[in-house]
Design a protein around this ligand. Structure first.
Ligand code: NAD
Length: 154
């Protein structure tokens, strides 16, 4: 595929469904090689057995693009490191990180449980920090080695 992202490698977290899925599909249509991350949770954060990331990868490949699936929990520090490593080992570089994974619980302040609060904060804060932390370490080491990346984080 050719487009404005030709030659670039992108990670999209939570890309098995919804907005992340659309980000991944469009990045691939624009020529990016995409790591499609999704641990496969429902809207309420419950883990599913199926693999929505794999479905998106198959769709990208059917359209002529390049993609691989990743099932990491992005709020797990080590799994997030593995996600970044997979992009670099599979496609040789990383240029774009779309921190999309997350969920909200449909609650009001008065009936939100402590567990629900912790889960939402975890996925939206640590789930953004951990992939960015590892991606930034990679970009910093690349820059120190004289290899600059026109990196983008969303
Ligand atoms: N849809 C909206 O109107 C809206 C509005 C404001 C913000 N957002 C935010 O935008 C993002 C995408 O929203 P959406 O409506 O497309 O959500 P969605 O539920 O359709 O998709 C989110 C995906 O993230 C995945 N995910 C959840 N936790 C994960 C984790 N720890 N690691 C990896 N993957 C994980 C889920 O499995 C799911 O496939 C979310 O962060 C959401 O909070 C959405």
């Amino acid at each position: 595929m050719t487009g404005i992202c030709e030659g670039r490698v992108a990670i999209v977290t939570g890309a098995g469904r919804g907005l992340g899925r659309e980000h991944a599909l469009e990045l691939a249509r624009q020529g990016a090689k995409v790591v499609v991350n999704d641990l496969g949770t429902t809207l309420n954060g419950v883990v599913e057995a199926s693999g929505p990331a794999r479905d998106v990868v198959e769709l990208i490949r059917a359209e002529g693009g390049e993609a691989v699936a990743n099932g990491a929990d992005v709020a797990d520090f080590d799994q997030a490191a593995g996600l970044v490593r997979q992009a670099i080992e599979t496609f040789g570089r990383l240029d774009v990180l779309v921190n999309n994974a997350g969920f909200v619980r449909d609650r009001m302040l008065v009936n939100t449980s402590e567990e629900e609060w912790d889960a939402v904060i975890r996925v939206h804060l640590k789930g953004h920090f951990a992939p960015l932390r590892h991606a930034s370490e990679y970009w910093r080491s690349e820059a120190k080695a004289g290899r600059t990346h026109d990196a983008r984080v969303d």
